[in-house]
Ligand binder design. Structure first.
Ligand SMILES: Nc1ncnc2c1ncn2[C@@H]1O[C@H](COP(=O)(O)OP(=O)(O)OP(=O)(O)O)[C@@H](O)[C@H]1O
Ligand SMILES: [Mg+2]
Length: 266
């Protein structure tokens, strides 16, 4: 029997921009069908990691495997082929401004070229329904809120029928209710489509909701990798500090006006 292989793997990846060492011998993997959350404070290299998976950035040393292939030295034609299997949902949605919501989602379907107009209409309809923005079909992206744009971007990513989806901070810059809806949507897709997913976030609650495993980045290193429960139980000081700060943040969020750590008035 052949050994199961990870769908995505970082092998000892180093990446610096000038003197700024961002990734310092980082290794982790993502199994097929698994949802991995990359967690860490701002500027720690979460987006940079996703950009390596997409082949937008190359490691200085180490190897990046995606869709079971070592893409480290791939040129554009091979990367294009990989990007048909692995799509990324950008923070701002990266929608085409001049195309309607429906046409944005239809775009990858038209590129495939094997569906007629009626089929495209139906697939777009189903995807918009799935992400909860069907009523917005004829609107332009500029008519939508940030959260709705992100939902449309997810629908468009799914239209390409990827094997894996990468999400960069899917719940930032939207209100708490929308953040919850987007988190629930990604969770629903995880169970319905069984896609391999990588979710970059600094939101522990989102990670708890979605992650099969979490990799925690700090000062260029993957200082923790394990299940959300293992993270909660971890003795690693950096992880404990992150969880503590996160708890204080969310306390303050639940009770605005109180100082971090201060008990709200009864
Ligand atoms: N193309 C680039 N050129 C130079 N430096 C870069 C480039 N991309 C990222 N960096 C630097 O790499 C570091 C990590 O950036 P990255 O965007 O991955 O952070 P992040 O963990 O995603 O943070 P945030 O949570 O704020 O999005 C930062 O210091 C950033 O300035
Ligand atoms: Mg980022």
């Amino acid at each position: 029997m052949t050994e199961p292989k990870p769908y995505i793997e970082f092998q000892d990846v180093c990446k610096a921009f000038g003197s700024n060492k961002v990734l310092d011998h980082v290794s982790f993997n993502v199994w097929p069908g698994e949802t991995l959350c990359i967690l860490g404070r701002s500027g720690v290299g979460k987006s940079v990691s996703l950009h390596h998976i997409m082949g937008f950035l190359k490691p200085d040393s180490g190897h990046v495997w995606v869709a079971y292939e070592d893409i480290t030295d791939y040129g554009e034609p091979d990367l294009e082929r990989i990007r048909k299997k692995v799509t990324m949902v950008f923070q701002n949605g990266a929608l085409f401004d001049s195309l309607s919501v429906g046409e944005n989602v239809a775009f990858p379907l038209r590129e495939r070229g094997d569906l007629d107009e009626q089929q495209i209409f139906q697939v777009v309809d189903g995807l918009l329904e799935m992400v909860g923005v069907r009523a917005m079909r004829d609107l332009l992206p500029s008519d939508l809120s940030t959260g709705m744009k992100r939902s449309v971007a997810i629908a468009r990513a799914l239209a390409a029928q990827p094997e894996a989806v990468l999400y960069d901070e899917p719940t930032t810059m939207v209100d708490p209710l929308m953040a919850q809806l987007l988190g629930d949507l990604i969770k629903k897709l995880k169970f319905q489509l069984k896609l391999t997913s990588v979710v970059v976030t600094h939101d522990m609650r989102l990670a708890e909701k979605l992650a099969d495993r979490i990799v925690f980045l700090h000062e260029g290193r993957a200082v923790f990798c394990g299940t959300p429960q293992e993270m909660t139980d971890s003795d690693e000081p950096i992880v404990r500090q992150f969880l503590k700060l996160d708890e204080l943040d969310s306390d303050q969020f639940r009770h605005p006006g109180t100082e971090p750590g201060q008990q709200p008035e009864a």
